[in-house]
Ligand binder design. Structure first.
Ligand code: 8YV
Length: 327
């Protein structure tokens, strides 16, 4: 008997950690992307036509047009990642396509990275490293590469979800920081899970107080360019912007202007409006730390994310509601 033929066909759009790929091959008739070559819109459509399910990443733009392909066979898109603003979930819902994500497993590592960016940009770590590697460090001097103290400062958070709370905990318990935040809905004290953080009524209230502004809201139409020229002007001149959320939450042109005009102290960025493109102006600025979307990039987390996506697919094919269904 050929049991393989009965297994659901899953197309995977990116190279995944070894343990995850092995599990995919065990559970499904899986087509892996060994070359790690990004899928075009047409290839995504062909995948939707030929597989029962897709395992996608943030690099795949699943638009209404992509989903609207004739003869679609796939009824599930298991996204590898917690954010899913690259998938048109309204169109997916309308077409009866289930979408799942991978929350929680990446919370700690992304929060670690937000703290790392704060420390790097305030303490001029990238700049210092570039200097040493260029062989230009001449001597220890009391006034050399003076940065900004992080401990005890005020962290302003926009969007108090899971990753924000984990970042706030590290800032408060590890660095003795004061935490203020804005969140669309009012959070009850127990929802702060023991954090001593003050909720502000507006984003502007947060910007007025914060020495570090860390973005943790989801991407998408509602939050697009939430950080615009007026909001950069509302930040303190010494304050740093940290973005580990989504690139389109920041108007990048306005950020470049704000940095050029010295309206803010600097920025630590892990995400960009048009990844993998990074505005050329940012590349030349020493008070900006630029990372290539590394928030969840640890062996442990990337494996956890993959196994979670695999479980979502398994549940779907077993006729159950996947544990992390978002549409
Ligand atoms: C992932 C992320 O690496 O989970 C997210 O939303 O931004 C990243 O941590 C990415 O989504 C992979 O698809």
């Amino acid at each position: 008997m050929n049991t393989a033929a009965a297994r659901p066909k899953v197309i995977v759009t990116g190279r995944l950690p070894e343990d995850v790929e092995r599990e995919l091959l065990v559970r499904f008739d899986a087509q892996l992307n060994i070359d790690d070559r990004p899928f075009t819109a047409r290839e995504l459509q062909q995948a939707l036509q030929s597989a029962d399910g897709l395992l996608t990443t943030v690099a795949d733009r699943i638009t209404a047009d992509v989903l609207d392909v004739p003869g679609r066979r796939a009824n599930i898109i298991a996204n590898y990642g917690v954010g899913y603003n690259h998938i048109d979930v309204h169109a997916a819902k309308a077409q009866g396509v289930t979408v799942t994500n991978t929350p929680d497993v990446l919370t700690d590592c992304t929060a670690d990275l937000a703290i790392m960016l704060m420390l790097m940009v305030a303490r001029r770590a990238g700049e210092g490293e570039r200097l040493v590697r260029a062989g230009q460090w001449q001597s220890w001097r009391p006034t050399h590469m003076i940065g900004t103290r992080v401990s005890g400062k005020t962290l302003g958070i926009i969007g108090m979800g899971r990753i924000a709370k984990a970042t706030a905990r590290r800032a408060q318990h590890g660095l003795g920081m004061n935490v203020v935040f804005f969140n669309r809905s009012r959070l009850a004290p127990e929802q702060l899970e023991g954090l001593d953080a003050q909720q502000c009524d507006s984003i502007e209230d947060v910007l007025a107080q914060a020495d570090f502004v860390s973005l943790h809201c989801p991407g998408g139409e509602e939050t697009r360019h939430l950080m615009n020229a007026a909001r950069f002007a509302a930040m303190q001149r010494h304050a740093f912007l940290i973005n580990t959320a989504r690139g389109d939450v920041v108007d990048e042109a306005a950020l470049v202007d704000a940095l050029n005009q010295g309206l803010i102290g600097g920025a630590g960025l892990d995400v960009y409006e048009h990844e993998p493109r990074v505005p050329a102006a940012l590349l030349t600025m020493e008070n900006v730390v630029l990372l290539p979307h590394l928030g969840s990039a640890t062996r442990e987390t990337r494996t956890g994310m993959g196994l979670m996506a695999v479980d979502n697919l398994s549940a779907f094919f077993a006729g159950q509601t996947p544990p992390n269904k978002v549409a």
